[in-house]
Design a protein around this ligand. Sequence first.
Ligand SMILES: Cc1ncc(COP(=O)(O)O)c(C=O)c1O
Length: 380
Amino acid sequence: MSDTLSPRLPRRRFLGGVAAAAGTLGLPLPGLDRVLGAQQPRDDEYDKTAKLANNENNYGPSEAVVQAMTKAFKYANRYGYPDGNLVAELAAHHGVKNEQILTAAGSGEILDVCCSAFLQDGKKIVGSDPSYSILYSHATGLKSDTIKIPLLPDYRQDIPALIRATRNNYRDVGFVYLCNPNNPTGRLVTTAEVRQLLDGIPSDVPVLIDEAYHHFVDDPSYSTSVPYVIEGRQVIVARTFSKIAALAGMRLGYAIAPRDLLAPMRAHMTGSVNAVVRWGGVAALKDTARQEWVKRQTIELREKSRRELKAIGYDTIPSDANFFMVHLKRPVVPVIDEFRKRDVLVGRPFPPLNESLRVSIGTPEEMQRFHTAFREIMKA
Ligand SMILES: Cc1ncc(COP(=O)(O)O)c(C=O)c1O
């Protein structure tokens, strides 16, 4: 294992790069931020906020995961160590070969390396808008464009338009991006629609299917796209331990894809996954009871919140994820500020949905704080 924060990288360049990435991702990097003089909330300030802004899992990792990670701290001083066979466990979980798995420091890194690997020579992404825009920002940083297809009036993704855009720009398309369920809307793409997309575009165009919110879906019309990888299609499925497993701060995600698609991506990997979260990931994968509990609790609170908002006259977008959007009937930016004044952090603006607020599902107490603040703010 290599020395990843290598002294070979000029320090200023390293700090600049990480700061830029952290800024774009909105990721907290406390130690580094101190060096950079950036404003991070103090511990006590942070603790008192209701964090409903980043689609995290506010319950934290399960007891089994914490125990596994605690044990793994004995490897903190090592480069080579037993890692719980993370890759083999993931491969077995999905019924694929080890060589069809690529682990990363969060699925965000998978998305980034897809851009680096497939957007050479001015190639473009085809994807919906709005969707997980950090991917599109990353492409812009690499001087690549995205062909953005607006959502349908009911906020679903427009599969025929994605197909048309891919076919019309065939030679220029590096990959198609499909976030399923989509962030920020929470709407899913059905099994039939995914097949329609894959069958409708040239078979050699890679399709990155981001299943960050897979574990929260209950709708039987949806299914994972992993079987397409097994079929040998040019599909990359991205998954994360940040959401259902509550390991966002520990950074673990992975791709499932045919070996020939992973090869160019591997060449662009820069970091490595830490020893502690490797063990945490294996434990989380096996803790299916916890996954089921988080899923049920999240869905119950999401639907309760949507009903409460409906009862006071606010429409929401149906969601299959751990967040939903509510239509405010007024610009979202000042409302976000009002929530912040009340120590409730809600989602940032997602243009062009400038009157919609994205709310992540927190604990029952945090959702109560959200509803109290919502009534107060919207009455004014
Ligand atoms: C759709 C989607 N993809 C990927 C990510 C990145 O998650 P992580 O890098 O924590 O795995 C997020 C994070 O919110 C997301 O919403």
